[in-house]
Design a protein around this ligand. Structure first.
Ligand SMILES: NC(=O)c1ccc[n+]([C@@H]2O[C@H](COP(=O)([O-])OP(=O)(O)OC[C@H]3O[C@@H](n4cnc5c(N)ncnc54)[C@H](OP(=O)(O)O)[C@@H]3O)[C@@H](O)[C@H]2O)c1
Length: 279
């Protein structure tokens, strides 16, 4: 992976940090995105120390703010002349309905709309660096998801898991539509389920039922290094060169939910996401 520039969002914790470590060990120039510079710097030092690769950078961005994503993208494009792999890994679960800086329900905002805008702002750089790869970390939770276009921001009724499952379904619909729109450019787009991973997910910055459930389920989880394996495979393996528009788990191509293959829904989601992130 030498001379490859890889951007990983949410790289200060869990699966993102494990992915950053493994790709840095392979010699890649890793750019870790974190919303918090203190947590990010601590993780960057750990990644450098474990990987023995000094080419590990840290950049700040809060995916809950479209302004911040635009600022970040401008800075990234000014700093790096190429982008070989973009890993949209950051994600969050919240029991309570919260809103992003732009007034989006937090989970659709951070888990889908933020990465949607980020990817589109970096697409020219990815095309310039082709063959290049986009990897979206989705979840098997999408199997329970439904795009509720009448109330996509959960204004009328909020359920944390419903909002999470919808956002993760959006990750997959976005991946498939993106792959379709990028055909012939040399940029591939794939998504994945990492497994049930012992990370900070729904633990550190969440309260209530989800926090308790994650703690109870801990004995059944896999460690972040194992959870990162499919992201690493999609980022680095020659086996997936040219493969696009697919869903993976345990480094194998798998079928995603029936709803995720609905082309009309995918196009509708794209148009809504474009309009919402244009503000
Ligand atoms: N853990 C699982 O069992 C599991 C299963 C299926 C899918 N996933 C998916 O895997 C991905 C990684 O999760 P993880 O398990 O590694 O959880 P994690 O340890 O909580 O890591 C999530 C990362 O996302 C970052 N993040 C959250 N909100 C953000 C925002 N507004 N802007 C920028 N970054 C933000 C977090 O930053 P902070 O540290 O500042 O909060 C953290 O770096 C997520 O997309 C998640 O949906 C996880």
């Amino acid at each position: 992976m030498e001379n490859k520039v890889i951007l990983i969002t949410g790289a200060n914790s869990g699966i993102g940090k494990a992915t950053a470590t493994a790709l840095a060990e392979m010699g890649a120039h890793v750019v870790m995105m974190s919303r918090d510079m203190d947590r990010g710097e601590e993780a960057r030092q750990e990644v450098i120390s474990v990987s023995r690769n000094n080419q590990v950078d840290l950049m700040q961005c809060d995916l809950a703010s479209l302004t911040d994503i635009r600022r970040f993208s401008c800075e990234f494009i000014a700093k790096y002349s190429r982008l070989d792999v973009l890993i949209n890994n950051a994600g969050i679960y919240t029991d309570k309905r919260m809103e992003t800086a732009d007034g989006f329900e937090y989970q659709i905002g951070v888990n889908h709309l933020g990465p949607f805008l980020l990817t589109r702002l970096l697409i020219d750089l990815l095309k310039k660096s082709s063959p290049s790869r986009i990897i979206n970390v989705a979840s098997a939770a999408h199997f329970g998801g439904k795009m509720d276009f009448d109330d996509v921001q959960s204004h009328k009724k909020y359920s944390g898991w419903k909002a999470y499952a919808q956002a993760k379904l959006a990750n997959i619909l976005f991946t498939y539509e993106l792959a379709h729109r990028l055909a012939g450019t040399g940029v591939t787009a794939n998504c994945l389920h990492p497994g049930f991973v012992n990370s900070n997910f729904a633990v550190n910055r969440s309260t209530g039922k989800a926090n308790l459930m994650m703690k109870l389920m801990k004995p059944f989880t896999i460690e972040p290094a194992e959870g990162a394996e499919t992201s690493i495979y999609l980022a680095a393996s020659p086996e997936v060169e040219g493969i696009t528009g697919k869903y993976f788990a345990k480094r194998k191509e798998k079928a995603s939910s029936k709803a995720s293959y609905d082309l009309v829904t995918a196009e509708k989601l794209w148009n809504i996401s474009e309009a919402l992130t244009a503000k």
